[in-house]
Every structure is written in structure tokens, then in C-alpha cells.
Design a protein around this ligand. Structure first.
Ligand code: PLP
Length: 441
């Protein structure tokens, strides 16, 4: 560890971990799909950090638009109107699902979801319950971690606020209901109606259209339309958490576009600014917007609608258009998917490869019963898994990947080229052999 990393480790927190195990690498610069450490070593970013650096590093146009805004107006209370806010909104309206017409701006995905549940409860009062899925992540503060279904929620019990009801998810590789698609007749989706009827006071359902940190789970094609229909029929708000899936990651501006879903509330963050500046966005429908004409909008932050954050949004959207990025994601996504499937053929420790666009998971198993290398229980205890160790080996080889207990999330910057994918696949091929050695027939 160099001197920078030592001070950082001693006086700041490494998150979601025991501090003793944290050995940060000092990063000094980044360009395109690569970042560099203080020794000059180069790393290919195969996960866009936390699935958020969608335009890669060093995009001059985005940087320039932020600089211009800094020169013009760095901050003003969100109670005032600004040109940059008008421009951000006009750009957003071009790319958002048609149902979303009004926005609340914050600075993170967590805050975007906090606002979403508060809004849902205000609009549907006295209904207050929110349905969420077990295999989900919606943020780290008390409200959003209470929505979250994975092990990170366990650290924050007992939860505030109450009223979150959890349901199983469409994770067909290990179906929580022990059924097989399509014979299951979408039991997990239809169960939503049963829960709504029996819970009675349900205001909204929140879900990641494609589950992100919990292993890139792409639902069967009927799943989201079925849930949307059930929400409509039962007067329940459909909240799409697109914090990770938005902004071209899945070949569409937003993942809901894949299924033609029009959400009542859409939350997004991370790559709305390509992560050049922090942002959180809670978009709502016209009906919800109108509700607050004569009802108190009881929410806000000092850094809400921050001019510097907003300045990046139009620039990001222009970059998507200039680079025809959605088409590029489609082409590169197809290629990446094929190359990952080849790896699956070669490595018995790869149990499943799934994904769409440039959003993929490689899930590892340690035997023919598809036993995972580690579970949420292991993560909760702070245990290091073989998959963690192999991710570290990959980093030593010069490729960074964001991993779960038994999977890698493969989600490179959307600007990635074929030869960069090939470079990553070669390195993956090498380190995954380590996991094959632990596989038991
Ligand atoms: N929602 C989803 C689907 C996420 O993936 C994340 C973060 O990974 C969040 C919410 C929380 O966003 P943030 O880390 O910006 O607070």
C-alpha cells in the first residue's frame, strides 16, 4: 500500500466490509475504458466501476459542459428556476418513457428511491405498504435499505419505515418457488396479486426491471407486463428502479423500454451524468405531478437540482446521439454475450451466463447441483469466497470486475471496443480455471 492508500484506509471507511480486509489501490488517472494506479499499472474496467461510468473516462464534452456551468452559476437554492434545470428537463423528456413528465433531483440512487416511496405514500395515502423483492438492492439509508431484499438489509434491522412486504423474484436459474419456466405459468408474477389483495393497504411496488447487483437477473418476457397489469388493476403504483439499468446499459435508454412498460415512477442515478458528477432522479407521471398541485410536496434537499449535476445531463444525452451508442451497445452486447457463452463451454465452474446489452452476469457453481461458492449468509459474516479471490486475481491481471458472492457482473463502459472485450475474455479465461479446480463432479 502506498502513502496515499494508507491515509485513506486509516481515516476513511471502506464500505460494505470489515475494515481490516480493505487494501485500496491508489488510482491516479483514467481514460476510455482503462484506469491506472500510482505505479502506472493499467486496469481494464469490465464493470464500469459500480455499473455507472457508462461513457467511460475522460469524455471531453461532458467535462466541458460541467466546467461551463461552474463558471456560470455553481449553486442556487432549488426554489429558484435556472436555465440548466430547464435544459436538463428538456433532454430528459426526450429519452424517458412517455409516462414520466415531472422530476425531483437529488444526488444518489438511494435518495431517488427515498423520494419515490415518500411520493407513493403521499399520493396513495392512507395506503402505505410497498412491495419489494428479496433479490434486490434499492439503497443504503434506512428507508431504501428497508426496501432492499438482499443481505445488506440484515445489518439495518429493525427497519424504519414499516410496511415493506417482500416477494420472490423471477430468478429462473435458482427459482425461489422451485418451479421451471415456462411450466411455472409465471407463479412469481401472479403471486403479486395475491399479496396485494391480502395485504390490502399497498401503495406501490418497486422493482429493478433487470436485477442488478444481485446477479443481473433478466426476467422472462411475460414477467414485467404481468406485474404492470396487476398493479394497474389494483390501483398500485409501479415504481421502476432504473438506477443501474438505465442509460443504455440494456440497449435501450431504460430497461422498461424492452417490454414497453410505462412506469408511474422511475428512479435513476449513476449514469444520468455518466458519473462525472453525482445525481439522483425521481421521475413521476402527469397524474402524480398534478396530485401535488394542491397537496404539499413534503420533500427536499439543499443539493437538490444542483446546477453542476444538472449540467452533465444534456451533454451525456448528446454524446449518446453523437456516438450512436445504443446501436453500439447492441453490437458489442451481442459480441460480449457470445464470448461469455464460449467461456461457459470451456469452464465447468460457470453455471450460468445471462444478460442483455452490456449487462451480463457470469454465475459460478462448485458442483453439478449448481451449489454457489458462497451465499448471502457468508457475505453477512464477512467471509471471503473463492469468487472474491479470483476477482482479486483478475485485478492482478489488469482487469477490474465487480463481483457478488458467486458471480461476476460484466458491464463495461458502453464505449468498449471488440479488441478490449477480447483482452478481458482472455484474462477471464485464465483466472476462471482456478475455480474449475475447486469444482467437484
Ligand atoms: N438502486 C439500484 C438498483 C442500485 O443498483 C443502487 C446502487 O447500486 C441503488 C439503488 C443505490 O444507488 P446509490 O449507490 O447511488 O445510492
Amino acid at each position: 500500500m502506498d502513502d496515499i492508500a494508507k491515509v485513506v484506509k486509516e481515516h476513511t471507511f471502506g464500505t460494505w466490509r470489515k475494515q481490516r480486509d480493505w487494501n485500496p489501490i491508489t488510482v491516479t488517472k483514467a481514460e476510455g475504458v482503462y484506469f491506472y494506479d500510482s505505479q502506472g499499472k493499467r486496469y481494464l474496467d469490465l464493470s464500469s466501476q459500480l455499473v455507472n461510468v457508462n461513457l467511460g473516462y475522460g469524455n471531453k464534452r461532458v467535462i466541458e459542459s460541467i466546467k461551463e456551468q461552474l463558471d456560470k452559476l455553481q449553486y442556487i437554492s432549488p426554489a429558484f428556476a435556472t436555465e440548466v434545470r430547464m435544459k436538463a428537463v428538456k433532454s430528459l423528456l426526450k429519452v424517458m418513457p412517455r409516462s414520466i413528465t415531472k422530476f425531483f433531483f437529488s444526488t444518489s440512487g438511494t435518495e431517488a428511491n427515498e423520494a419515490a416511496i415518500k411520493i407513493a405514500r403521499l399520493v396513495k395515502n392512507p395506503k402505505y405498504k410497498i412491495i419489494a423483492r428479496y433479490r434486490s438492492y434499492h439503497g443504503s439509508t434506512y428507508g431504501s435499505i428497508s426496501l432492499t431484499g438482499d443481505y445488506r438489509r440484515w445489518f439495518a434491522e429493525p427497519h424504519i419505515p414499516g410496511g415493506v412486504v417482500r416477494i420472490p423474484e423471477p430468478y429462473c436459474f435458482r427459482c425461489p418457488l422451485k418451479l421451471k419456466y415456462p411450466d411455472c405459468n409465471l407463479a412469481c408474477a401472479n403471486y403479486v396479486e395475491y399479496v396485494i389483495r391480502n395485504e390490502h393497504n399497498v401503495a406501490g411496488i418497486i422493482l429493478e426491471p433487470i436485477t442488478g447487483t444481485n446477479g443481473v437477473v433478466v426476467p422472462p418476457k411475460e414477467y414485467l407486463p404481468t406485474v404492470r397489469k396487476i398493479a394497474n388493476e389494483n390501483d398500485v403504483l409501479f415504481i421502476a428502479d432504473e438506477v443501474m439499468t438505465g442509460w443504455g446499459r440494456t440497449e435501450e435508454w431504460f430497461a422498461v423500454n424492452t417490454w414497453g412498460i410505462e412506469p408511474d415512477i422511475l428512479t435513476t442515478a449513476k449514469s444520468a451524468t455518466a458519473s462525472y458528477v453525482p445525481i439522483g432522479i425521481t421521475g413521476v407521471s402527469k397524474e402524480i405531478g398534478e396530485f401535488f398541485e394542491d397537496n404539499f410536496f413534503a420533500h427536499g434537499h439543499t443539493f437538490e437540482a444542483h446546477p453542476i449535476s444538472l449540467s452533465a445531463i444534456p451533454a451525456v444525452i448528446e454524446e449518446f446521439e453523437r456516438l450512436d451508442l445504443l446501436s453500439h451497445v447492441k453490437a458489442m452486447g451481442k459480441y460480449l454475450g457470445e464470448r461469455l457463452m464460449e467461456l461457459k463451454e470451456r469452464h465447468k465452474s460457470i453455471g450460468d451466463v445471462r444478460g442483455v446489452g452490456l449487462f451480463w452476469a457470469v454465475e459460478f457453481v462448485k458442483d453439478k447441483n449448481n451449489t454457489p461458492f458462497a451465499t448471502y449468509e457468508d457475505k453477512y459474516k464477512g467471509n471471503t469466497s473463492s469468487v472474491d479471490k479470483v476477482a482479486k486475481k483478475l485485478l492482478d491481471e489488469g482487469v477490474y470486475v465487480f463481483n457478488g458472492p458467486s458471480w461476476f457482473v460484466i458491464s463495461p463502459p458502453l464505449i468498449i471496443k471488440k479488441e478490449e472485450i477480447d483482452e478481458a475474455i482472455d484474462k477471464l479465461d485464465k483466472v476462471i480455471s482456478e475455480l474449475d479446480k475447486e469444482y467437484r463432479e
